[in-house]
Write a protein that binds this ligand. Structure first.
Ligand code: ASP
Length: 320
């Protein structure tokens, strides 16, 4: 018997100021519509999460694709992962600088490569060889982010100066404060269940503001920012990547569901664990094969949306 499809998307977890709330809700709602079109006509969960994420990569509201945060050198450097819960096949790209839609390259890796993960130039070469056009890095950079980086670096320089005045020396100039909530914001992700009962997940990000070139976050690492296994759950996380990585949080959450817990509970637990164990902040969306969903965040807000045949909803705060 065919399963009723379900789709959940997120567009980052942080304080989301009032003036960009509408853009976030619009963005996740558009992504939901694109992914749902795939599921509705009987398409796969893998295609649905890819299409949903592409819409958010193309939307400058989010820290994915064009309009992403800039690294310390003023460049966009993108990471993405997509995973198929039916086969456990996965495709990931890290530190790519010339791809508008890194999730498309990740999908090609999943479908057409014996490997799971490509980084930097090798990833771009693979993408180009598989028909994905490359772009200039400048095509991904927008004025809002140039200004954001300028402001961040000048404030950091002031901080460093005042610290050296007070005798605290040896700090790397412009190094992001490890627990600064303004540096990890608008990563995007999706999890889906299709009519055949298969689940999939995808996550895409520009990473953290002012990151060191070559820094890879949690988003594109299997089990950290993204995971899918029909025997447990599909999950996509967002937030400060380093703590999420240390806990392998997407897999941690999926394991709780495999042990018999509901996604709603597991998502909440994941956020408490993230905070308690490593003082991390972020959000998570989770879905199992029965169509149960979990959406949770330990930040003030998170952009989320979900759809089933019976219901559709979107918001920026998820009450437990
Ligand atoms: N997790 C991402 C990273 O650390 C950032 C985010 O989710 O906003 O690269």
């Amino acid at each position: 018997m065919p399963t009723d499809p379900v789709l959940v998307v997120h567009g980052g977890a942080w304080a989301i100021p009032d003036d960009v709330v509408d853009a976030h809700i619009r963005g996740v709602t558009n992504a939901l519509a694109a992914g749902w079109r795939v599921l509705e006509r009987g398409g796969s969960s893998l295609d649905a999460v890819e299409e949903a994420v592409v819409i958010m990569e193309d939307d400058e509201t989010f820290d994915a694709g064009r309009g992403s945060f800039l690294n310390r050198d003023g460049k966009v450097q993108l990471d993405a992962l997509i995973m198929d819960g039916a086969t456990l096949r996965a495709g990931g790209v890290g530190c790519v600088e010339h791809l508008r839609n890194p999730v498309r390259a990740a999908r090609k890796i999943l479908s057409e490569s014996p490997h799971v993960y490509f980084v930097g130039e090798g990833a771009e070469k693979f993408a180009a060889e598989h028909g994905i056009p490359l772009c200039k890095n400048e095509d991904l950079v927008i004025p809002r982010e140039v200004e954001r980086l300028r402001q961040y670096q000048s404030e950091a320089a002031q901080r460093d100066l005042s610290q050296s005045d007070s005798g605290q020396v040896g700090k790397e100039l412009f190094a992001p404060a490890a627990d600064d909530p303004t540096i990890s914001l608008d990563t995007v992700g999706a999890v889906a269940l299709d009519r055949d009962g298969n689940i999939a997940a995808a996550t895409s990000t520009g990473g953290t503001l002012n990151k060191a070139p070559g820094r890879l976050g949690d988003s594109s690492l299997i089990g950290c920012g993204c995971y899918a296994d029909n025997e447990s759950a599909a999950a996509s996380t967002t937030g400060w990547g380093e703590p999420i990585m240390k806990l392998v949080l997407a897999k941690w959450t999926a394991d709780r569901i495999a042990a018999g817990n509901l996604p709603e509970w597991a998502a909440q637990e994941a956020m408490s664990y993230l905070k308690q164990r490593v003082n991390g902040h972020g959000g998570i969306i989770v879905l199992n094969r029965e169509g149960h969903i979990g959406i949770a965040h330990n930040t003030p807000r998170m952009a989320w949306a979900y759809r089933t045949f019976k219901k559709q909803d979107a918001g920026i705060v998820r009450e437990s």
